[in-house]
Ligand binder design. Sequence first.
Ligand SMILES: [Ca+2]
Ligand SMILES: [Ca+2]
Ligand SMILES: [Ca+2]
Length: 386
Amino acid sequence: MRHLRSAFVLLPLLLAACGENLPVKPDAQAAPKAAAVQNPAAAVSKERYYTHPGALSPKSNPWGGTSLRLGGVSLIAAAMHSDDTMAVWRIDRDRSVTELAQVGVGYHPDHVAALQGGKVAIAVEGTNKLQIWQLDTEKAPVKLKEFNTPFPTRTVVSADVDGDGKLDLLLAPYAGERVAVLWGKGKDVFSEPLMLQAAPTPWYPTVADWDGDGRLDILWSDWDKGSARVYLNRGKRKFERVMLQEEGKGTPRQMAVGDVDGDGRPDGVLAMSTLPFARVLLNRPEGVVVEEIPAPSWGYDAAAVAKDGLVVLGEELRVILARRGANGWERRVLSAGAMPSPLMLDDVDADGHEDLIIFHSGRGGVLIHYGPLWDNAQTLVDAPAR
Ligand SMILES: [Ca+2]
Ligand SMILES: [Ca+2]
Ligand SMILES: [Ca+2]
């Protein structure tokens, strides 16, 4: 419901800025789906339902965040959507956690991306701003600057897309059908946006070298239209669009990219919210080959792919791990609490195993599952989570 309220507050701004109609969005980012109705016997208190042991700031609803290394430790910065803050924690190599700060950033921050030198960019959707902050391993972060974004921004991603050594930013709108690329000029200065055409609602752009030519390509799924696309990087900041999935193919809330079949080419994994599977787009020389990873109950709201090809999928109250083997997709489960979306993989404790950072947009805080994830997961029984 908070999500809807946010949309109404932003409506005049959106219409003025984008000339676009707000999409009707599944109620996935707001409170988790009605659990007690599905299984009254398993009804739990609201607080317990939302939280998970070990979660950081378990009553908050981080819509996104990032991790980064600074001074030999890891920092996690999260956009605490309804609190209007950015929270920062230090994770030491012994996995001890220190909350460094929760600083005010303005109305409805949505996402954070890591920049060089311990800096981060946080997208504050409700004020139409992008803010640059300098993080510190011992004390609260310091705000360096802010500037307007071309639309109220849901997601910010950092990557050196044009390969000039300077980080660029991808911005996805809260509502709309364009993705913006801001070219980095150095010193946290960015160009006017290059707009790439999308369909509603391209919430999670990502980068990978899809065609193997050495240049980073830009990919995303259009949640409300069912399509998935790649903008192939042709150099000199020119792109060629290729549809990986046409419109009308369900509700791909997020596309994660990684090499799930071990052939050296990145593949796509679509978290299909409201459909009982994730769709895998195997990137083969002859074209895309489609497979499905079944969802035990509701459908998946978030996806990530580990460096070793392990697929990580967020479902309400838990995370499903899927590994592609000779006999198809084997799955295991990790507990999560609340709504595990979005997801991030990073080796937070620097032990050589990727860890899973869960941002619980349904008021469950930030949760870390330490790797090795597959070894630590449980056997999956196909049944509703409750
Ligand atoms: Ca660049
Ligand atoms: Ca490429
Ligand atoms: Ca592959």
